[in-house]
Design a protein around this ligand. Sequence first.
Ligand SMILES: *Cc1c(COP(=O)(O)O)cnc(C)c1O
Length: 385
Amino acid sequence: MSLQNKLSALVKQKKAQGLFRQREIMNGPQGINITIDNRQYLSFCSNDYLGLANDTDLIEALKQASDKFGLGSGAAHLITGHSQLHHDLEQALAAHVQRESAVIFSTGYMANLGLLTSLCQKGDVILGDKLNHASLVDGSLFSDADFKRYHHNNMDHLELNLKKHSEKNCFVVTDGVFSMDGDIANMQSIMQLANENDATVIVDDAHGLGVLGEKGGGICELFGLKENNSPIIMGTLGKAVGVFGAFIAGSKDLIDYLIQTARPYVYTTAMPSCLAAASLVSLDKIHKENWRRDHLQELILEFKTRCQSLGLELLESNTPIQPIILGDEATALKWSERLREKGLLVKAIRPPTVPKGTARLRVTLSAAHSQQDIRQLTQALGELV
Ligand SMILES: *Cc1c(COP(=O)(O)O)cnc(C)c1O
């Protein structure tokens, strides 16, 4: 069979399975009100949890920085791509998550790949939560270490694995907030088990940064995990921060080591400086504007209460990620389509992103939503039950 025929058969198969994915073409900024094909929707599917992705202060910072620093960074960080703004952002990020040092990556996917492939070496063991994000899974697979998975948030299974590999150098790798379920890693127990067994913990806080903790410091602030015995943190700038990029934070030696060795850091162009400038302003707002987190928590509570009274099956989540489990792909797609007809955008998430039989609507809430938006969504959901 020619490659063309093979590809066309594979595409056809995806379509037949209801697994064919298409991109929406957005005509305007990210936000709770978005326009697709000239139609307005109330959206519940972005990771812009604090409503900062289209914030005028961030955009102003970007404009001013691009006047001064231009657009393209033109080179990798280790050549001539590293500007004062990148440097300032790294320091602000380290302070925000209370770590000694931080290094920026161009995306979270690259940060996880770089961290795991640099740090975890032949003879080491990576113990990863079964529901870890794909970038953590890929980083674990691409590293030279042995990769084992433990049952989701199951501390007995983690302990069993730590004991089994006690003679090896172990890394425990977990999402802070699980991206498709919205639940939070049991960090207290993970840290305790890791300390007892001399293992290093890596936490991916893509969905926790800005959202969790009184000042938005993320999962480590929530659990009070400071410098000593603390996990290595990966965070992203494209979700609650509202911009683009990612970082890793930890000890100075860790960060210096990554700058030397992480290939997705060394061999890629630095993110434009003006994006770093926008992230700096965003971090400041995240730190100061508690109302965003407070309002978001009120919306989460309102949504959960209303869904419970409708008898909808939610997961154990107190974060802005609120999945409604529907089971099979067809039902999830049908519900998503019905909501869409009413001007409400909620994406169906299907295998392989989630395990088979757990297709779902993934509702994500944002501080930009109002109580009225939640009522509108839950009312429409009520008509589908
Ligand atoms: C989004 C996400 C990433 C990837 O970050 P990008 O900056 O979008 O590449 C990594 N880990 C988790 C848990 C994520 O949700």
